[in-house]
Ligand binder design. Structure first.
Ligand code: ATP
Length: 282
């Protein structure tokens, strides 16, 4: 039996954190959206016992360090499934970019095995199951526009975004997520007005979305990687309505209201960045 799942990348229109829990986990307050840039995850089950992962990005680990592998292993154990699982990831999402690539692959494996093994898990059950892998996995089970709170486990689906376009730049630097998260100084954060951002999405108000976007982690990542600030300035210069870092970075995305505006920004950004994408909000 075989299925292919699309694992979409995510962007954070809003990212904030009010506190850290006693167990070290972060309390999140995030407005996320998924974009039409993604990996294809092929999942095949057959007679046998093991798990294999293959990927077109040769530098990625293919063993238990791969989140897709971990998802298959945990699901196999939970449901006592005695079958071989073969996973092939055709990766397009930039790695370690703040776009949730590993989490989205893991969510794709959960969705795919849920179907192949007829486990009848609801989306909410898959999301709860996925939380043990990473805080972004529950959101990635849905991969829609959503408000994410708690430790990443509370997902409130939102209406689709109004018509808008994202130009995405992935600088060549790598950011360590744990390193950035460990640097958060809760007394120094300038919080995002998430209620205003949610209201703007609910009322499909493009200008208010732009006004209230924010990522509290951006100053932390950009103090270490000057490239992030440089790219934001270029976005401003070339006419994006706003530019913001996604997740812990280093990816920066510019937002445009019209397709022509986005194309102009895309062509300008391509002049000096090697990894640039243009996508429409889903
Ligand atoms: P996070 O913010 O959760 O760290 P990210 O979106 O910034 O995620 P990913 O592309 O998920 O970045 O990669 C983060 C790390 O996870 C990488 O160092 C990579 O080795 C590891 N990883 C494990 N499985 C995967 C996978 N299937 N795809 C990408 N990276 C993976």
């Amino acid at each position: 039996m075989r299925t292919v799942e699309k694992a979409r990348a995510k962007l954070n229109l809003g990212l904030d954190t009010p506190f850290r829990h006693g167990d070290g986990k972060i309390e999140w307050n995030m407005l996320m959206t998924s974009i039409d840039l993604g990996d294809y995850v092929e999942i095949e089950t057959q007679e046998g016992e093991g798990i294999s992962v293959n990927c077109n990005r040769v530098f990625l680990p293919l063993d238990q360090r791969n989140l897709a592998y971990q998802a298959a292993l945990l699901l196999k154990e939970k449901y006592k499934m005695h079958q071989q699982v073969n996973i092939v990831i055709r990766k397009s999402i930039p790695v370690a970019a703040g776009m949730g690539g590993g989490s989205s692959d893991a969510a794709a494996v959960i969705r795919g095995l849920n179907r192949l093994w007829k486990l009848h898990m609801t989306e909410q059950e898959m999301a709860t199951f996925g939380l043990q892998l990473d805080s972004d996995v529950p959101y990635c089970v849905y991969s829609k526009t959503a408000m994410v709170t708690g430790k990443g486990n509370q997902i409130d689906l939102m209406p689709k975004l109004p018509k808008m376009f994202f130009v995405i730049v992935k600088p060549s630097v790598s950011v360590s997520t744990p390193e950035i998260l460990n640097k958060i100084d809760y007394d120094a954060l300038t919080h995002v007005d998430m209620n205003a951002l949610v209201k703007a999405v609910r009322t499909q108000d493009y200008d208010n979305i732009i006004e209230h976007m924010g990522n509290v982690l951006e100053p932390l990542s950009s103090s270490k990687h000057a490239e992030i600030k440089r790219i934001k300035n270029k976005f401003k210069k070339y006419g994006a309505d706003i530019a913001q870092m996604s997740g812990t970075g280093p990816t920066v995305f510019g937002v445009c209201k019209t397709e022509n505006q986005a194309k102009r920004v895309f062509n300008s950004m391509r002049g000096f960045c090697s990894e640039v994408y243009i996508v429409r909000a889903l």
